[in-house]
Design a protein around this ligand. Structure first.
Ligand SMILES: C[S@@+](CC[C@H](N)C(=O)[O-])C[C@H]1O[C@@H](n2cnc3c(N)ncnc32)[C@H](O)[C@@H]1O
Length: 219
């Protein structure tokens, strides 16, 4: 098992719940537009693989209306206040493609092995307390030939942006995410798993701020 970088900010589930209880009322106002290209790219990649998709860290459900009507979606999240907003959206926009959303920890998913054609997690990996345990669980519930589709910010390696991210990283617990997130956390983990293969790593608008990662389950 890969080790997490020792200086990476520690986040706990309680921090996530506190932070997203604060973010929930203003989340859509702050994060709808800037993250829309990433959500659209994740949805497009996931729904070409088949009809059953799990959205992990679904939050207020901003990506749910982007899926085609014939996809069967399930959404999970640790934060009840975020999910309440997702439920309002599902009812308001009559999103019958959503079979349900429920409170669940990404490291302990109550689904069978290989239950989904694709698992999407837009803007989640830098937020979860344990990225490796989360990735392992996402891989477990993905069917052979299916994919894990991630979008997240990958931290700068050097220069002023890296310095700012490190400074902001000291506030990760209250922010609810890690501004500094080296690619190695994800890349080295994929390499360590013989049953998985990196099939795409691509910068996403705006300004290449985010990275789309597709991981195929081989066996
Ligand atoms: C930045 S939001 C992204 C929400 C949504 N995917 C979007 O694109 O707007 C991150 C979400 O991950 C959720 N989250 C963090 N840790 C989690 C965990 N261990 N299990 C499930 N959800 C988690 C947070 O509650 C939050 O709603």
């Amino acid at each position: 098992m890969n080790q997490m970088p020792r200086d990476l900010a520690q986040i706990e589930n309680a921090h996530v719940e506190e932070a997203y209880a604060r973010w929930a009322p203003i989340y859509d106002l702050a994060f709808t537009t800037v993250m829309a290209p990433g959500r659209r790219a994740a949805v497009a990649a996931a729904q070409r693989l088949g009809g059953k998709v799990l959205d992990v860290g679904v939050g207020t459900g901003l990506e749910l209306p982007m899926f085609d009507a014939d996809v069967a979606l399930v959404g999970v999240d640790l934060s009840e206040p975020m999910l309440r907003r997702a439920q309002t959206r599902i009812a308001r926009e009559k999103l019958s493609r959503v079979a349900g959303v429920c409170v669940m920890d990404a490291t302990r998913l109550a689904f069978a092995d290989g239950a989904f054609d694709a698992v999407v997690a837009p803007f989640v990996l830098t937020v979860v307390p344990d990225p490796h345990a989360t990735l392992a669980e996402l891989a477990r519930v993905t069917r052979v030939g299916g994919e894990i589709v991630l979008v997240n910010h990958v931290g700068a390696e050097a220069g002023p942006i890296a310095w700012i991210e490190r400074w902001m990283g000291k506030r990760s617990a209250s922010l609810g995410w890690r501004p500094e997130f080296p690619w190695e956390i994800l890349g080295d983990w994929i390499v360590s798993r013989q049953d998985l293969k990196l099939v795409e790593r691509r910068k996403i608008a705006p300004l290449g701020l985010f990275t789309l990662t597709r991981i195929e389950k081989l066996s």
